[in-house]
Design a binder for this molecule. Structure first.
Ligand code: HEC
Ligand code: HEC
Ligand code: HEC
Length: 161
């Protein structure tokens, strides 16, 4: 520290705390905007998926929130980029161009599929999951179906071979 010029020291004394406070603020905001309550209630277009998820086994009280399915968990960089992109897109759509129905984009479906596998790998360990069929093509009811149905009566539309 001795050989640092007084100017550098001044920057360190003032700049470092600001940087740390800013960092803590950013992490706090990242966490706050990842909660199911925030995702489900901030934009009115999220109301239907939010409300239907209460009745699913995939609900927050069972330890599964929106972010567990809709945000990547195997790549932190992709997670940050996707969170920014999809958050901004949802805000834009919600404010300027509310759609009649929301549709998943390919990137979103790809993330969903990886998350199904992340939690259910043991259940599907003996099934070929690399043929391009996505879990939610069969499990249509999970978790946004209305009205909610027991799993046995959900529309599983492709027979298992
Ligand atoms: C169990 C995993 C899971 C959870 C938990 C979950 N979703 Fe979904 N979500 C899906 C699947 C699967 C689809 C439909 C994908 C398809 O068929 O294209 C979907 C579709 C959507 C869509 C429409 C398309 C899109 O991506 O914009 C929205 C909006 C959505 N979910 C919001 C939410 C919100 C809000 C929550 C939390 C309350 C939530 N989801 C929790 C799996 C999940
Ligand atoms: C964060 C972990 C997690 C993710 C991600 C997840 N699930 Fe689940 N899933 C669970 C839990 C927990 C249960 C309840 C299991 C239990 O009670 O044994 C469950 C139950 C299920 C069931 C049984 C449903 C029922 O009514 O009993 C199916 C089918 C299922 N999940 C499919 C999916 C699909 C498809 C996806 C991807 C869209 C997905 N899961 C993503 C954790 C997850
Ligand atoms: C071709 C259609 C199809 C595909 C694709 C599919 N499943 Fe299933 N899955 C079924 C059927 C049918 C059952 C049995 C239903 C029953 O027992 O009532 C089942 C059962 C399950 C169960 C157990 C449900 C319970 O009640 O305990 C889980 C969990 C599950 N699947 C997860 C997945 C995951 C994760 C994927 C993606 C890798 C996937 N499935 C892909 C049709 C499919």
């Amino acid at each position: 520290m001795k050989n640092l010029s007084s100017r550098t020291k001044k920057w360190l004394v003032i700049g470092l705390p600001i940087l740390i406070i800013f960092g803590v603020f950013l992490v706090g905001q990242y966490k706050r905007t990842s909660t199911t309550h925030y995702c489900g209630t901030t934009c009115h277009i999220m109301k239907p998926p939010y409300e239907t998820s209460f009745h699913s086994v995939h609900r927050e009280t069972n330890g599964v929130g929106c972010k567990d399915c809709h945000i990547p968990h195997d790549n932190i960089l992709e997670q940050i980029v996707y969170k920014g992109y999809s958050g901004a897109r949802d805000y834009y759509k919600n404010t300027f161009d509310p759609p009649d129905a929301l549709h998943t984009k390919e990137w979103s479906r790809n993330i969903l599929q990886r998350n199904c596998l992340r939690c259910h790998s043991s259940v599907v360990a003996r099934i070929n999951t690399s043929d391009g069929k996505q879990c939610f093509e069969c499990h249509r009811g999970e978790p946004h179906d209305t009205p909610t149905q027991p799993f046995s009566s959900q529309p599983v539309y492709t027979a298992i071979r």
